[in-house]
Design a protein around this ligand. Structure first.
Ligand code: SAM
Length: 199
């Protein structure tokens, strides 16, 4: 086994041992330790949430007084104490109305690990993902409270820089980072926005 495969197995095995549904859970754990995107009692929206690793982590972080809602086009087995909406984020208008009803107020964090079905051609996968995350930013703009936080995955490529600078302009603090648990070979970067500027 080469070093990369060993690393991949390490996080997969750890996820299995700790009861997380995805190895992605460790990316959120790691990023949250560093940036405190999600805190106790927060209201959190997870866009592209299935199978639910980030939802599990978020639920633990917010505790019983927080709320976690996840949206995905695919099914997801229930996670106790969280709310799941099965829908395509492209139909965002109805979705936003449902979210506002469920949360009852603007929310504290939006996290987004959404990916299209990848075909393995980086340039095409990149464009499809950029379209999705731009839709997610529109949802974020209608529901994130002033001073709220966000985490977005972006696939590297021609439009990534524009996406990052648009997102950056919406926050007081902004970082891009690649967690240790992300595969070196993967083209993903994570954007962290802290302190949403609601103007
Ligand atoms: C990498 S997975 C998310 C993993 C998740 N963060 C976890 O920890 O389990 C990306 C998700 O984006 C979802 N997705 C892709 N296109 C979507 C769309 N148009 N609307 C909603 N979800 C979508 C996929 O179904 C997939 O479950």
């Amino acid at each position: 086994m080469n070093r990369l495969d060993a690393k991949k197995d390490h996080y997969r095995n750890l996820a299995h041992a700790l009861g997380y549904r995805s190895r992605s859970a460790f990316k959120l754990i790691e990023l949250n330790k560093k940036y405190r995107i999600i805190k106790r009692h927060f209201f959190v929206l997870d866009l592209g949430c299935s199978p639910g690793g980030w939802m599990q982590v978020s639920k633990k972080l917010v505790g019983s007084k927080g709320k976690v809602v996840g949206i995905d086009i695919s099914d997801m087995d229930e996670i106790k104490g969280t709310y799941f909406i099965k829908t395509n984020i492209n139909y965002s208008k109805n979705t936003v109305n449902n979210l506002i009803k469920y949360f009852g107020r603007k929310i504290d964090s939006v996290i987004c690990d959404i990916s299209p079905q990848v075909i393995g051609v980086r340039s095409i996968d990149h464009i499809k993902q950029i379209e999705l995350i731009n839709k997610c930013v529109t949802i974020m703009d209608s529901i994130l409270s002033e001073n709220g936080n966000a985490l977005f995955k972006v696939f590297d490529g021609e439009h990534a820089q524009q996406f990052k600078s648009d997102l950056k302009s919406k926050f007081m603090k902004f970082k891009t980072t690649k967690p240790k648990s992300s595969r070196k070979s993967s083209s993903e970067t994570y954007c962290v926005g802290l302190g949403y500027l609601n103007d």
